[in-house]
Design a protein around this ligand. Structure first.
Ligand SMILES: [Zn+2]
Length: 135
């Protein structure tokens, strides 16, 4: 009901996230209604690595919320781009554990998802400051 009318003039603002720095930014003009216009990439201002492009329905977790960031990266690895409000992802995948459940399918075992999660976790531990938060 509240959906705007067809309104192609406005460019949508995508989020760009750095999973290493656990920061996300909105980049104006980063996406275009015209799919012929190629998507741009943006390096992270902190570490210069290319940031992940996420849709406008991505909710940026606080920087210290490591598990939420892990959850986001896990979903991203499996192709989620947070571009639809209808997916109900925020509710379905409120926690890291529920995201693992969400990603588990008949074709993809929980063990496989957990292994990917461990890979992500390990990749960040190398640059970690050593403080761990659970919960
Ligand atoms: Zn970064």
């Amino acid at each position: 009901m509240e959906r705007p009318l067809r309104h192609p003039a406005e460019t949508s603002r995508a989020h760009f996230a750095c999973f290493d720095c656990r920061k996300a930014f909105k980049q104006r003009g980063s996406s275009h209604w015209d799919s012929q216009v190629p998507e741009r990439t943006y390096p992270c201002p902190g570490c210069q690595r290319p940031m992940a492009r996420l849709g406008r329905h991505f909710k940026v977790p606080p920087q210290r919320a490591r598990r939420q960031w892990l959850k986001t990266e896990l979903l991203y690895r499996y192709g989620e781009r947070f571009q639809s409000s209808r997916s109900g992802l925020g509710t379905t995948c409120r926690t890291l554990a529920s995201a693992v459940g969400y990603l588990t399918t008949p074709a993809r075992s929980t063990a496989e998802v957990r292994e990917t999660l461990e890979q992500i976790r390990t990749s960040h531990q190398q640059s970690s400051d050593g403080s761990r938060r659970e919960g």
